[in-house]
Write a protein that binds this ligand. Structure first.
Ligand code: ADP
Length: 274
């Protein structure tokens, strides 16, 4: 249907571009399916923490003469609130990924800015677990792409690093410029000292709704959508996301994205070619 209509329209531009566009439409359908499944699950996923919060606040009121009980209930309220925040954040990410076409809305985006936003987003959960958030090497680097989508992708990686790490560990975000045959790339690596991922699971974690440990992931407000969003964003920007991990030691997720100046030059060359 629409895929064919599009390929007829752009056929003069060459078959490679047509292929890319058709792939993009298939991807758009996949994201649409993710959204539908998510909306189907979301009322339940939202009801659980809201229900818990309402019960816990009643419990706090009843226990007002028992400071220890109040503290315990307040701690659980904090967990439920974090869970709600994460769920809402994932909804926002999904709508960002769905509505904007990265190819149309691309601009030069400061990596510093993306990293700061990603870290701010996980600040509260990191503080709760006394996890230290560090950043380095990002100064002066620019990537080419859709700001909102890139922020969603990096935000997810940092959030996961915090969620799947024990207390009093470190999460580090490091940027660097690298060369590739297709032009300069920016690498943004998120490293944690967390639980790690087995080789078997590494192949599956980027699938939507896949979670290594559903119970643990649920406790942090995870839905199994985060990494599928990251993968989609990386691919639609002409980049990639890869993972290195050792069980019990930690993980590094690396986003590779086109460098802004290099991408602009490439776009100008492509234009001159036509
Ligand atoms: P979730 O919402 O469950 O976090 P994701 O798609 O973001 O979903 O991640 C999928 C699964 O991959 C998670 O449930 C978790 O099991 C695993 N995972 C993701 N990031 C990490 C990490 N930094 N360390 C260990 N496991 C991770």
């Amino acid at each position: 249907g629409d895929a064919l209509a599009v390929s007829a329209r752009v056929a003069p531009l060459g078959s490679r571009l047509v292929l890319l566009l058709v792939e993009d439409l298939t991807e758009a359908r996949r994201i649409e399916a993710v959204r539908r499944d998510f909306v189907a699950n979301v009322s339940h996923e939202l009801k659980t923490p809201v229900g818990a919060l309402s019960l816990l606040s009643e419990a706090v009121l009843d226990a007002s003469d028992d400071p220890e009980a109040v503290e315990r209930f307040a701690g659980r309220m904090q967990n439920e609130a974090t869970r709600l925040t994460n769920l809402v954040q994932e909804l926002i990410d999904l709508s960002r990924v769905q509505n904007d076409d990265p190819l149309e809305d691309s601009e030069s985006v400061q990596v510093d800015e993306l990293v700061t936003e990603a870290i701010e987003r996980s600040r509260q959960s990191a503080d709760n677990k006394q996890i230290t958030l560090l950043a380095g090497g990002t100064e002066g680097l620019h990537v080419w792409g859709n700001r909102g989508q890139l922020a969603a992708a990096l935000g997810n990686l940092v959030e996961n690093a915090v969620n799947y790490s024990p207390a009093r560990t470190r999460v580090k975000v490091a940027g660097r410029l690298t060369q590739s045959p297709g032009g300069d790339l920016i690498e943004i690596a998120v490293t944690d000292q967390g639980i790690g991922i087995s080789d078997r699971d590494k192949e599956r974690i980027f699938e939507r709704f896949y979670r290594v440990d559903p119970a643990r992931s649920r406790a942090t407000g995870g839905t199994g959508l985060g990494l599928s969003i990251v993968k989609h964003v990386a691919a639609s920007h002409g980049g990639e996301v890869t993972v290195w991990s050792a069980e019990g030691q930690g993980s590094t997720f690396t986003l590779r994205l086109p460098e802004a100046g290099s991408a602009r030059e490439q776009a100008a060359l492509d234009k001159a070619d036509r």
